[in-house]
Design a protein around this ligand. Structure first.
Ligand code: NAD
Length: 481
């Protein structure tokens, strides 16, 4: 039965995907899914418990016995089938992201597409990755690590699931996926799509439940060799601590407080809209959001004028409207978190240039906030150091290039960064001094073969391309005497 994500009635989801079939939940706890744009309950989902999780792990373990020994070409075929199956429901996946998460359609469309394309990107990387090397009497092979637990966040559900699944399959791992319980409808549409890929039974298992129940079981279970996690620093730390008991391999994709350095030769008409796109990416609920804009002190007044002008394009509204740039926050909790940070910024002496506290006028029903730009921010302030995970930008001035680099690196995070300027050589020189996993020059861009991941508290390990596949591999040497 296909989930019709356009239906008005409240939907109920009572099954998990285990061993190639949708099976009734053993867990009995029921959770409401609320539409962020209006606060209405749109679905009820029955959450998995530890027993459902162990059932899924057993299916993945059994499937690993054969899939773990599959040839490169078999995995490549499966990746192509996954791509084809997910592509067939692109529109439904986008609609589900808009409805359940409140993602604006202008972002949801491309991000869902890049998730679906992750299968082809992984296939390409796999074809280019030598899995065997030999010299003399020695042969070294890259082997799948085993059953992988994939635990994901709610802000780009399809992308995270597809990306991790694609890398794991390319490596020869079988998986148990625990998406955010807040993404249950989106997950359901995706799993229905992937079911059509006709995978070997037990290769893909998807369990919707709480992190403290399903996630914790995956982390502690001896039959799970690897955890690939996307989420908060606090949970990432717990996974490392608890996973140590069973020597888990971990990849952690955590938070960010990304700097955008505007160099003094930047053309403001182009650079400021670009900086704002990065700041308000995915309505500000993006790990990579460029939430600290560093500007030369001698251009501060011109920058303020340019920001005020460009902010007119960042309209708040119905996420399904293609003109909307900033949609509602994901939940009431997220709404309150952002309000508390805006208040904190004001209390600490930052000045509001645009936005501020409360709902934007006319959007009192859902979890809408005002896209907010703070100026006169000092990098020591809470709003400049902590990840807000909402549409709040801090503008910080600097006096020299060296000072800009120092401020950019003065953060516990190091996930993403941007440099904006006319002289490319200079922009590259600045980029090469930033301690972050990815630095983009002159605007947001992507390359599915380039690594993604963080320095410092932004995480451990990398995803995308061959780097993502390598995270699911162990190295074995066979030596003949
Ligand atoms: P979260 O850490 O609260 O939850 C992430 C996932 O972990 C969810 O599926 C949750 O159920 C699960 N979880 C919770 N407790 C757990 C436990 N004890 N054991 C195992 N799993 C558990 O994060 P969130 O609120 O869903 O997402 C927001 C965070 O994710 C932000 O910090 C953001 O920066 C980060 N993020 C990072 C990236 C990246 O690529 N680096 C991408 C997106 C989001």
């Amino acid at each position: 039965m296909k989930t019709d994500i356009n239906r008005e009635t409240i939907r109920t989801l009572r099954t998990h995907y285990i061993d190639g079939a949708f099976v009734e939940s053993h867990g009995r706890e029921v959770m409401d899914i609320v539409k962020p744009a209006n606060g209405q309950v749109i679905a009820r989902v029955t959450l998995a418990d530890e027993e459902d999780t162990r059932h899924a792990i057993a299916a993945a373990k059994s499937a690993f016995a054969s899939f773990g020994r599959s040839a490169k070409e078999d995995r490549a075929k499966i990746l192509r089938r996954l791509h084809e199956a997910a592509s067939a429901r692109l529109d439904d996946l986008t609609t589900a992201m808009v409805e359940e998460y409140g993602g604006v359609v202008q972002f949801a469309g491309p991000i869902v597409r890049s998730g679906v394309n992750a299968f082809l990107a992984a296939e390409k990387a796999l074809q280019e990755l030598p899995l065997t090397r030999s010299w003399g009497n020695t042969t070294v092979t890259l082997e799948p690590v085993g059953v992988a637990g994939l635990i994901t966040a709610w802000n780009a559900n399809t992308l995270f699931i597809c990306l991790k699944l694609a890398s794991a399959v390319a490596a020869g791992c079988t998986v148990v996926i625990k998406p955010s319980e807040l993404s249950s409808l989106q997950t359901r549409v995706l799993v229905e799509a992937l079911h059509e890929a006709n995978l070997p039974k037990g290769l893909l298992n998807v369990i919707t439940g709480l992190g403290t129940v399903v996630g914790a079981e995956l982390v502690r279970n001896r039959d799970v060799a690897k955890i690939s996690f996307t989420g908060s620093v606090a949970v990432g730390e717990k996974i490392m601590r608890d996973g140590a008991e069973t020597m888990k391999r971990v990849t952690l994709e955590l938070g960010g407080k990304s700097p955008t350095i505007l160099l003094d030769d930047a053309v403001l008409d182009q650079a400021i809209p670009s900086a704002l796109v990065m700041a308000f990416l995915n309505s500000g609920q993006a790990c990579a959001a460029g939430t600290r804009l560093l500007v030369p002190k001698n251009r501060f007044d011109a920058v303020k004028r340019a920001i005020r002008d460009a902010m007119r394009a960042f309209t708040v509204g119905d996420p399904a409207d293609p003109k909307t740039a900033v949609g509602p926050m994901m939940s009431q909790k997220q709404y309150e978190r952002i309000q508390s940070y805006i208040r904190k910024g004001i209390d600490e002496g930052a000045e509001i240039l645009v936005g501020g506290e409360g709902h934007p006028e006319g959007f009192e029903a859902g979890y809408f906030v005002k896209p907010t730009v703070f100026v006169n921010v000092n990098n020591d302030m809470t709003v400049a150091q902590e990840e807000i995970f909402g549409p709040v930008l801090c503008v910080i001035t600097y006096e020299s290039e060296d000072e800009a680099i120092r401020i950019a690196n003065d953060s516990k995070y190091g996930l993403h960064a941007a440099v904006l300027g006319t002289d490319l050589e200079r922009a590259r020189r600045v980029a090469s001094q930033i301690r972050a996993g990815r630095v983009v020059i002159n605007g947001m861009t992507d390359d599915p073969q380039a690594p993604w991941g963080g320095f410092k508290y932004s995480g451990i390990g990398r995803e995308y391309g061959r780097y993502g596949i390598e995270a699911f591999l162990e190295t074995r040497a066979i030596l003949v005497s």
